[in-house]
Design a protein around this ligand. Structure first.
Ligand code: ADP
Length: 639
């Protein structure tokens, strides 16, 4: 049945183009990396469109002839499809090119006009099937061009190609040399093919073969995987550079902020100290209100010292978390003791600022839990501290509820709400970033380091918990922390952690016959340690250096020695070693306790392995100091 049909010579270019374009399509068939680049997907659409157009064109010039036996409607449909696919190919080409050179919004206008044009073109081609004003066949089977053939079938692709060439010229400065050359060559070649085909009234079928050459140029110049890889690497470098700049800014801001935070309380400490020295100068006239003044200065020094300590603790905590050295130590504790403790502390702070403090606890939560009470307390106090800090009127509320309960465990949920300044929606994702304070233009008067929430989040994560925040700018915020805890099923009636006791209540024993030696080069530390140990009513001696301590250890027998680590001359560890070698030392059996600010985890074991009996961290907590004395002092000295 096909004996009438033959392949006309004028389609040879198209057949050749079909051959090499198919090979190109296969080469670029699948490349997951390159698919990340949008222009590449459009490029593959263009290849596919061109292949379809080529097939249909060749089929049209073989079969669309009624005189050879093909029914007229089939011929008409083939001719229509041939035209539609050619126009579509030029449109896909222009979309590809415009995406590539995308300039501020201009492309959108051009593609909008292009879309209207294409829709109109398709409608006209459908109408043409009935009204024959573009292309048609006479009843005798002769192919005819209607009056609108040239304006519609040729001017549409010419519009696409010339508008994208115009865009290319306008945006040429934004492109690299390689892109400029290849995009220009490809589009001019394609346009040239369309024009020749139109000028020869279809005697030369060159629009699709020239378009295919354009595609070839594009593929081997800017759509190759090497070039894409290069672009991709440049993009990654650009992102990395931006991240580095951002991190650097954050660190610089942090340093500036931190020096301010440290300098302010330090100035207060030094200023107050100066005043004390001035007022107690020997030749000063006795001043009756001297004691009151000194008390006030001392109180100010205490406040400033606490601020300073909390800043330094934050830095230490973050460093510990970042270096993976923060350990979570689960132990049995009493939830109510913890929450009462938090309430006592926070109610005062809130009320001092004129805020009401509300604390609610779900009474069905078991009271005896196992977890790291200290860290939970730190998290909740941090959130409540922020709530008070960032609220000027209204209230601060802590709600404690429970989620996911089973016989052995539950999730504790702490929700801290405030009616404060709130956080902008766009800032919410950054509140937990380390070193970052947000909304600085409004918050610069409020002191802070930008570390608190980051510590909260990381600490919660260490306990397998998480933190979230909701906020309405100007109205208030709500931070929610969920932390899984085990239920203390072995609890037999007495809380394992003692309730927080008042200063005097902590001294449940005395050691009037005990002799203590405290070794520290810092005079203040000696004063603090002495003051704490005073309550035990024993004898306390001090030494300001390792050398002095060694001398005292030869003349006195002590029941317990507290030793600082870092001291000028011989340090604490060296002093211990020398004392153990010293045959005149009367204290070779005496418990020696390391007393240091080196609070990193694992230090206790380290000091014990060096020969110390135990370890207390500075700043010293009275409760901890008494625990150590009780544990290591000979029992007959404890009353
Ligand atoms: P800072 O030491 O600055 O308070 P944080 O890490 O605790 O650092 O908090 C980070 C930022 O989050 C703060 O600078 C503040 O802008 C914002 N923020 C934290 N808590 C609140 C809150 N309760 N209300 C409003 N803003 C808050």
């Amino acid at each position: 049945m096909f004996e009438n049909y033959s392949i006309p010579p004028k389609t040879y270019f198209e057949i050749a183009s079909f051959g090499y374009l198919s090979v190109l399509y296969l080469i670029s068939f699948y490349d997951p990396d390159r698919n990340k680049i949008r222009s590449y997907t459009l490029f593959r659409n263009l290849e596919l469109n061109m292949l379809l157009a080529l097939i249909v064109s060749v089929l049209t010039y073989i079969f669309a002839f009624p005189e050879l036996g093909t029914p007229i409607p089939v011929c008409l449909i083939l001719r229509t499809m041939d035209s539609v696919l050619c126009v579509m190919a030029s449109r896909t080409f222009s979309i590809y090119l415009m995406e590539y050179i995308d300039t501020k919004g201009k492309v959108k206008v051009i593609s909008f006009i292009g879309n209207i044009l294409f829709t109109t073109y398709i409608i006209l081609m459908i109408l043409n099937l009935f009204f024959k004003f573009v292309l048609w066949f006479t009843p005798e089977g002769i192919y005819m061009h209607g009056p609108l053939f040239v304006p519609i079938v040729f001017s549409t692709p010419v519009y696409y190609m010339s508008s994208c060439i115009l865009m290319l010229i306008l945006s040429i400065r934004n492109l690299g040399v390689r892109e400029r050359v290849s995009l220009s060559v490809a589009s001019f070649v394609t346009l040239f093919g369309i024009i020749i085909q139109a000028a020869t009234n279809g005697i030369l079928l060159l629009s699709l073969p020239f378009g295919s050459i354009g595609i070839f140029v594009l593929y081997f110049s800017i759509e190759t995987s090497d070039y894409h890889q290069l672009l991709w690497n440049i993009e990654k470098l650009r992102i990395a550079e931006q991240d580095a700049i951002k991190a650097n800014h954050a660190k610089s801001d942090f340093l500036a902020n931190m020096s301010h935070e440290i300098r302010t309380p330090l100035n207060a400490v030094l200023g107050m100290d100066e005043l004390i020295l001035l007022e107690t100068e020997e030749n000063n006239k006795p001043n009756p209100s001297l004691i009151d003044h000194i008390r006030e200065y001392a109180f100010n020094i205490k406040e400033a010292g606490e601020v300073l300590l909390s800043v330094i603790n934050d830095i230490l905590d973050l460093t510990k978390i970042e270096s993976g050295k923060m350990e979570i130590s689960p132990a049995p504790y009493n939830l109510h003791t913890l929450t009462d403790n938090i309430e006592t502390m926070m109610r005062i702070r809130a009320e001092q600022k004129g805020l009401s403090y509300i604390q609610k606890i779900d009474s069905s939560i078991p009271d005896h839990l196992i977890g790291d009470e200290l860290r939970i307390r730190q998290i909740v106090i941090n959130l409540l501290g922020n709530a008070v800090k960032y609220t000027d009127f209204g209230e601060v509320e802590l709600d404690i509820t429970m989620g996911n309960k089973d016989p052995d465990s539950l999730t504790l949920i702490f929700c801290v709400k405030d009616t404060g300044i709130g956080i902008r929606k766009e800032d919410l994702p950054h509140v937990f970033d380390a070193f970052q304070r947000i909304d600085e233009e409004h918050n610069h008067k409020i002191e802070g380091t930008g570390l608190g929430l980051s510590i909260v989040q990381r600490m919660a994560a260490l306990m397998n918990g998480d933190v979230s925040v909701t906020s309405e700018y100007g109205k208030g915020s709500a931070f929610t922390v969920s932390i899984p805890q085990r239920i203390d099923r072995d609890y037999k009636g007495e809380s394992s952690i003692k309730n927080s006791l008042k200063h005097s209540e902590l001294f449940t024993f005395i050691t009037p016959d005990a002799r203590f030696l405290v070794v520290d080069d810092n005079r203040l530390n000696l004063v603090v340690a002495k003051r704490f140990l005073d309550g035990l009513e024993g004898t306390i001696e001090t030494a300001k250096s390792g050398e002095e301590a060694l001398g005292k250890m030869r003349t006195e027998k002590y029941d317990m020695i507290f030793m600082d680590h870092m001291m000028p001359g011989i340090d604490g560890i060296e002093t211990l070693k020398l004392s153990l070698k010293d045959t005149d030392n009367l204290n070779r059996e005496t418990p020696i306790i390391m007393m240091t600010a080196n609070a990193l985890s694992g230090m206790r074991e380290e000091y014990i392995s060096q020969g110390f009996t135990d370890y207390v961290s500075k700043p010293i907590e009275l409760k901890e100091l008494l625990r150590i004395v009780n544990l290591h002092l000979p029992k007959e000295k404890i009353k």
